[in-house]
Design a binder for this molecule. Sequence first.
Ligand code: ZN
Length: 259
Amino acid sequence: MQVFVVEKAHYMSLFFVMRFIRIFTDLTIVRPSAPFSCIIRHPDKLFWFAVNHQLYFDLDGERRIVNHKAKQYQAEIQQLTETLLNHIGEDPNREGLQRTPERVADMWAEVTGGYDVSPDECLKDAVFEIEGDSMLVVKDIEFYSLCEHHLLPFFGKIHVGYIPKGKAVGLGKIPQAIDMFARRLQIQERLTEEVASLLEQILQPRGVGVVAEGFHLCLAMRGMQNQGARLITSAMRGSFRSDEKTRGEFLQLLEKGTL
Ligand code: ZN
């Protein structure tokens, strides 16, 4: 996969270059939209890029978030991976491993793409006014992250609840913001707190509750081999912290089975 990172400053000139190229090729600009985003279509590939945060430009047609610093150091990451393979007693030249350094460098750029995006940007445009003070709950939001102690994955589900005070956010946007926090080196406790703080900051609600359940490969694969253990973390703010009834209602909603 080839990924180009487009700096904001270069975007407008690129846009005009692409328009120019279009005259001579099959490339079509499909959706010039918000100041810094558009889709460019090729007969058999879809290019997508949004440059608000120096994002990505993906020739495979999938929308991906890429850590542009990791892209910049791709050659070094490949070299490090080759050294690592050597040092664990592998032969980097054997058939199965020949392209591994390249794949690993690509993977790091992708799984740490959250460093380039500020999660509040995901939510800002999706805030709307709402009346009433009923609790809103979004359950079972999947997350995939990497523990900062071992660089091994941890993953699971996050449940979010809040009681609005005039402002709510589009439900689809909360998983996107969580994904941005998760695509960084993390510990589950901080991930949980960051989600709660973000909602508190953007919505200023009466209260927020966030509960995360995570399965940690560093626990399952190493040492104790504690395969079945899951870590549960929670962050309660405002009325979710001060009012036992509110907290109870939230936790009870989480226990209820899915539809
Ligand atoms: Zn760990």
